[in-house]
Ligand binder design. Structure first.
Ligand code: HEM
Length: 464
């Protein structure tokens, strides 16, 4: 089944302008559930697509020069759009993912040390412990039964981030509360954010707003007390025994202002890291497993790679760089299903965007989803082909048009962390199990804050 092409939502728009206008309310409703479902097929060929929203327009550039300008060269002229604060602010406040300007610069300076390469090496052991716990759970169902690997990937990635932030595993009852609340939050906050972006009346998303606020409180109630207790202990001068991410954030002092994070800031950053740190990785890992289950030839080669590099022994840190195909499978899953499908920015002043003009205040959204499937940049853009990342002719597309972690000053702070944990988890699964699709199952893609499947990812697992 090599060269497998997974399905994705496609929108066929009528040629007539009038019919397209009449479709707008229907599209607006649809986009509240899945942003990807509103991408017309023609957008994959264009340098820029435009969506006229009431009162402003949204541009979706897919031109490499524009992407570089917006994300890298002129990034200060394209701050994060208010859409980000409207969807995430209730849960993450003004944390690094949401903030702009001087507030963001200070946060970035203070958070970078927690993710430097040496730190990522230190957390290797914690990631391995979480992978052991994962195989403990999966062994119980790996007798040819079907299971939802999306649930398991959410658990193991949240467990990793819990261990690396707080130096302790995530308990099943905590996971249950947080995951339920976050699922509901994503749905409600996304609907509310789209409503605001379309400048529709507030009452139309009042219920969604209330649900988002309620679920945000539930999630924060599970995390904030742990942060508060560590913050109090540090500022009371008690001896600090942990060497984890929270410790780095509690103790760090900004070089420029000489200040620590206060408790509110600390709680917001930890909530942000917990969510950005597991939701994205869980999405990419679930799609990786789905693609492997659908392409048995590639799966056989991943098995051969882990057998050659590891045999039956546990993975060591220096093995990570030898698992080329395993890493390429993950990279290709993030190309086809970028966990963060849109990076919404706002034009601070009027400027040209490809052959259009962005007025001040208009949305300029760079879309990894669109760019990763650009017909002019990639060969067979919709096919699952992990080997493309080892072919010299793909290097240019990879350099210019591969942005699962974004690029420029706001590039993902956890990219090395995510690549390391993904290689560990995929290698561990390949060493131990064979994956097959559940007969008749097709994932139903939903693009909200991240790209997930509404009906999970149901696979059949057997011990090798
Ligand atoms: C496969 C996994 C991941 C993917 C695909 C991913 C993707 C992204 C993307 C696209 C952004 C930029 C968003 C934007 O510019 O609008 C971002 C930002 C960020 N990510 Fe990740 N991420 C992943 C894992 C992680 C992990 C594991 C952590 C931390 C443990 C993390 C921490 C952050 C932080 C702190 C930012 C904000 C950076 C800033 O604005 O300065 N991410 N991520």
């Amino acid at each position: 089944m090599s060269g497998f092409t997974p399905a994705y939502p496609k929108l066929a728009l009528p040629k007539s302008k009038l019919l397209r206008k009449l479709m707008l309310p229907w599209l607006a409703r649809k986009s509240r559930h899945c942003s990807i479902a509103m991408i017309p097929e023609s957008s994959y060929r264009r340098k820029v697509s435009e969506l006229k929203l009431p009162g402003r327009s949204a541009l979706f550039p897919a031109d490499v020069d524009v992407i570089r300008r917006v994300l890298v060269e002129d990034a200060e002229d394209f701050p994060k759009s208010v859409i980000v604060a409207d969807t995430l602010g209730l849960l993450l406040g003004d944390s690094i993912f949401v903030s702009n300007g001087e507030v963001w610069k200070r946060q970035r300076r203070m958070m970078t040390p927690a993710f430097e390469h040496t730190r990522v090496k230190v957390v290797f052991g914690m990631m391995m412990a979480a992978a052991d716990a994962m195989t403990g759970r999966l062994d119980a169902v790996a007798d040819g039964r079907c299971c939802d690997v999306e649930e398991e990937m959410t658990f193991v990635t949240a467990d990793i981030i819990f261990r690396t932030i707080f130096s302790r595993p995530l308990e099943a009852h905590e996971a249950d509360i947080i995951f339920k609340a976050f699922r509901s939050y994503q749905e409600a906050a996304f609907a509310h954010g789209i409503n605001r972006a379309m400048r529709l009346p507030e009452w139309m998303s009042f219920l969604a707003f209330r649900r988002a606020r309620k679920t945000a409180r539930i999630i924060r109630a599970a995390l904030d007390p742990i942060v508060a207790s560590r913050h109090a202990s540090f500022h009371a001068g008690e001896p600090q025994v942990h060497h984890d991410i929270l410790q780095s954030l509690v103790s760090v002092k900004d070089d420029v202002t000489g200040t620590h994070f206060d408790l509110r800031e600390l709680c917001e950053q930890v909530a942000m890291l917990f969510l950005a740190g597991h939701e994205t990785s869980a999405s990419a890992l679930s799609w990786s497993l789905y693609l492997l289950s659908m392409d048995q030839a590639v799966q056989d080669r991943v098995h051969a790679e882990t057998a050659e590099v590891l045999g039956d022994r546990p993975l060591a840190f220096q093995d990570l760089r030898k698992l080329d195909l395993t890493r390429n499978v993950f990279a290709e899953a993030m190309r086809l299903y970028p966990p963060v499908p849109f990076l919404p920015r706002e034009a601070a002043k009027a400027c040209p965007i490809a052959n259009r003009t962005a007025e001040a205040g208009s949305v300029v959204s760079i879309s990894p989803w669109l760019i990763h499937r650009s017909r002019s940049q990639w060969q067979n853009p919709d096919s699952f082909d992990p080997d493309r990342f080892s072919r010299p002719e793909t290097k240019e597309a990879e350099r210019q048009c591969y942005i699962p972690f974004s690029k420029g000053p706001r590039v993902c702070l956890g990219a090395s962390f995510a690549l390391q944990e993904a290689t560990i988890i995929l290698a561990r699964i390949a060493q131990r199990y064979r994956l097959a699709p559940e007969p008749g199952f097709t994932p139903e893609l939903v693009g909200r804050l991240t790209v997930r499947s509404v009906n999970g990812i149901r696979l059949r697992l057997s011990r090798r």
